[in-house]
Design a binder for this molecule. Structure first.
Ligand code: NCD
Ligand code: ZN
Length: 346
């Protein structure tokens, strides 16, 4: 049995670092495990302009004075997004990618896209310059069952984008279904997906285990077991198309434990431990490094990280909550004892 695992320093290709006091509380957790992260732009107000992204990047770096962490910024796409602003930000090394939130699909997406057709000029420009499109892949049609919204999004939206922009780099974010796995596998090498720890570990039963469990609620919502198994198989397969993106999305305990609780799971503090457990269970520990540290940079056309980190086999208790922003946040797997511990630089 392997008791120590040394891998190239990993990156997180999808994280919510928030702003203000919450940013200061959560950014160190991400910077502790990951060298770089693709930072989501769904602040209030969202990060739409190059100037707003530069200012946000400065605030992130200020929250991490002792770290060499690199935040990779994303543009929040709105109806009629301006191609020239996307090109300027990407070529000026501010934007790493642009994020599509269908309007009202998830937390802080009220300014998201209502009419996909208005994005066609922006998508054409992104295809031309090699700027990745990151997709929150759920339809918002209230007539579509919430557990079907990802699969329906493929048919109604994503298939058309990939057909009309065959060379566009697309990341189908936080995939949760067998349909998403099949779509990504069948598409060209320019279409990839991120996978969260929680969608590898829980199915939808976790939301209702002897009561309503708000800390397991996120979007896209966890699906049936057969979907979890399909996502696990893809993530641990060694395919270059699947890579690590935690979708760590902290909300205060009061915002989660409410009559209308926020969507989002805060998994940054024990992310690598959670992924390691999954890869071990699938007999694929030798593939963790590809998923966590190689496939993402390859897709984005960025260099691999230089250093290495160690994971040790050790009992690792996840606290019931962590202090943040004058209150607390509940981490994923709170109260559980994990088998792995992230031990820092190798
Ligand atoms: C995210 C958040 O809270 O910002 N929530 C979530 O459930 N994942 C938004 C998102 O990525 O959908
Ligand atoms: Zn997210």
């Amino acid at each position: 049995m392997m008791n120590r695992l040394v891998i190239r320093r990993p990156d997180d290709w999808h994280v919510h670092l928030r702003d203000g006091a919450m940013l200061e509380a959560v950014a160190p957790w991400t910077a502790r495990q990951f060298a770089r992260a693709i930072v989501m732009p769904n602040l209030v107000p969202p990060v739409i302009s190059v100037a707003a992204a530069e200012a946000y990047r400065t605030r992130i770096l200020a929250a991490l004075p002792l770290s060499d962490f690199t935040p990779l910024m994303t543009c929040y796409l709105v109806d009629r997004a301006e191609p020239a602003e996307l090109v300027r930000g990407f070529e000026g090394n501010v934007w790493a990618a642009a994020k599509l939130y269908p309007a009202h699909a998830t937390t802080n997406s009220a300014h998201g896209v209502t009419d996909m057709r208005t994005l066609w000029p922006a998508l054409a420009a992104m295809e031309r310059i090699g700027m990745p499109l990151l997709v929150h892949g759920e339809v918002t049609d209230p007539d579509v069952d919430i557990f079907d919204r990802e699969a329906v999004f493929i048919d109604r939206v994503l298939a058309g984008v990939v057909r009309d922009f065959p060379a566009l780099k697309v990341v189908f974010e936080h995939i949760t279904t067998a349909e998403a796995v099949a779509f990504v596998e069948a598409a060209g090498p320019n279409v990839a997906a991120t996978v969260t720890p929680h969608h590898l570990i829980i199915n939808r039963n976790a939301l209702f285990a002897s009561g309503l469990r708000p800390h397991f609620y996120c979007l896209p919502v966890a699906k049936r077991e057969r979907h979890r198994l399909a996502v696990r198989k893809a993530a641990t397969s060694g395919s270059l198309k699947f890579f690590l993106g935690t979708d760590s999305a902290p909300h205060t305990v009061a915002a989660k434990e409410s009559s209308c609780g926020c969507a989002g799971i805060f998994n940054a503090p024990y992310a690598m431990e959670a992924y390691a457990a999954v890869f071990e269970e699938e007999g694929a520990l030798d593939r963790l490094e590809g998923f966590a540290s190689e496939h993402g940079p390859r897709f984005y056309g960025l260099p691999l990280n230089e250093g290495h980190v160690t994971l040790e086999r050790a009992k690792n208790e996840v606290p019931a909550s962590l202090a943040a922003a004058g209150t607390s946040v509940v981490p994923f797997q709170a109260g559980e004892t994990l088998r792995w511990r992230f031990a820092g630089p190798a």
